[in-house]
Ligand binder design. Structure first.
Ligand code: SDX
Length: 434
């Protein structure tokens, strides 16, 4: 972060003294105006609901250029990482450490994660308290938060070793917890992790194997899942990451912070959109119904949105959506489902929307969630678990951002202010006068 030559001057039409504010430059992307002195100097706050024009921190982890449709993890384009950049654990190492691992570093990192994939045997009893049809995200919020009760040895957030140990535990145990949530929902026994399988193959094993017969993973499907995890690993200061940072700024332990991130990701406007997008496609049903559905979307009173479309930052095609569509095609081909009606419906809907003025004028393009439901369904993942997979993948991004926030000398407890529009001070009338 460097000081720009240019300063920002805030002047007031009523002749109040102008305020000069420094402008900082990052390595790439928009500059920022440092407004930290604004309230002290003017007694006024900025007003920015939804933080549309607010940089809450400086970060070196993930960069998005919404106009170009560009996404970089530590400077590496997502297209390279997802297609020829190795596997998800390499991306995890990159996000956590800032550089891709060499062969020895990767071997050590994989071994460390692999040897932390089991959860405490007592964790299973938390699951038994949930209804079998509980939404997996409610189970994950509960069980991830509960992990803190087993690791009092690594909750000192000011100890770098504790932060490292917690990061590994969370990355390693999320697949186990997500698979346990699935097994519990279908009444099958929990499947222990296997240390002889890769991260994604192990997850498929814990999800789909049973004690009754050997389970053989399909390498094409494992690779597809691994790519899905890479695409979802991090995404700058999105709602759930900002939630994790805000929770962490109070000194809350990492398990509590990740549980808060999971809770935020659950929302249909955020991580819940993949589940909502697939339900939308199933509701549309056929290509013939697309014009009627699009008409509903354009009718503001309908409250209907084209789920999996639009993005706060991307005003161009979400690069992850392109890669997700390719992965979708590969998986459907592998499974002999290339004529899958929902995939064809999604591609038809995308084509129509991208030619429609309503979406073009609002720069609404497919985002990561538009195709992810179709490919996850083809992988055998139940719809209700789609956002759980998103949380599994995003855990590394949340943890990397949380670690960066903790080590940032500028970080303080997050405490936004408000524009108060309620009742000014008044006296309480006795009840017979109300
Ligand atoms: C994720 O932030 C991240 O990085 C998130 C994420 C990540 O990796 O962490 O990328 C993951 O959350 C992807 C987004 C998943 N959500 C959805 O697909 C749900 C559908 N999308 C919308 O809800 C919406 O596009 C948002 C929430 C994603 C973004 O909303 P914004 O930036 O607040 O934009 P907006 O609501 O102000 O929309 C601008 C206009 C409005 O119309 P007008 O008032 O100008 O007439 O576009 C319209 C909106 O009504 N609009 C849509 C639309 N999204 C926006 N209209 C129809 N369908 C949509 N999907």
């Amino acid at each position: 972060m460097t000081n720009s030559e240019t300063k920002a001057t805030l002047s007031f039409s009523d002749g109040s003294p102008a305020l000069e504010m420094p402008i900082y430059k990052g390595s790439i992307g928009p500059d920022v105006i440092d407004i930290r002195k604004l309230y002290g100097s003017t007694g006024m706050f900025t007003y920015d609901p939804g933080f549309m024009s607010t940089a809450a921190c400086n970060s070196s982890i993930t960069y998005i250029d919404g106009d170009k449709g560009e996404l970089l993890y530590r400077g590496y384009p997502i297209e390279q990482l997802a297609v020829n950049g190795g596997d998800f654990l390499e991306t995890c190492y990159l996000l956590l450490n800032g550089e891709l691992p060499n062969a020895d570093q990767k071997k050590e990192f994989v071994a460390t994660v692999t040897n932390h994939t089991m959860v405490h045997e007592q964790m299973q009893f938390f699951f038994r308290g949930f209804r079998r049809d509980a939404h997996p995200m409610s189970v994950l919020v509960g069980t991830v938060g509960a992990l803190a009760s087993f690791y009092h040895d690594s909750l000192d957030i000011n100890d770098p070793h504790h932060r490292e140990v917690s990061a590994i535990r969370l990355i390693a145990k999320m697949p186990t917890l997500v698979a346990m949530a699935y097994k519990y929902s279908i009444g099958q026994p929990f499947v222990y992790p296997r240390n002889d399988l890769s991260y994604s193959a192990n997850f498929m094993h814990m999800m789909f194997s049973t004690p009754c017969e050997p389970y053989k993973t399909n390498e094409v499907l494992v690779r597809a899942l691994d790519r899905i995890l890479i695409l979802h690993a991090d995404h700058e200061q999105n709602a759930s990451t900002s939630t994790v940072r805000l929770a962490g700024s109070s000194g809350a332990n990492p398990f509590a912070c990740i549980a808060a991130g999971i809770a935020c990701l659950w929302g249909p406007a955020h991580g819940g959109a993949n589940e909502a997008a697939l339900s939308m496609l199933e509701e549309i049903g056929s290509v013939d119904n697309i014009p009627n559905f699009i008409a509903q979307v354009k009718d503001k009173n309908s409250g209907v949105k084209l789920m999996g479309f639009g993005h706060r930052v991307y005003k161009n095609y979400d690069p992850r959506a392109k890669l997700m569509r390719e992965t979708c095609y590969e998986v459907l081909q592998e499974l002999g489902l290339q004529d899958d009606p929902l995939f064809k419906l999604a591609m038809a809907l995308e084509k129509i929307a991208l030619e429609d003025e309503y979406f073009v004028s609002r720069k609404l393009y497919p985002n990561v969630d538009f195709y992810s439901g179709i490919v996850q369904r083809a992988l055998g993942i139940p719809t209700a678990l789609f956002t759980g997979i998103f949380a599994l993948a995003r855990t590394v991004g949340w943890i990397a951002q949380w670690k960066e926030m903790i080590s940032d000398p500028e970080q303080k407890i997050g405490r936004p202010r408000q524009l108060f529009v309620g009742a000014a001070k008044r006296d309480v009338p006795p009840i017979d006068k109300r």
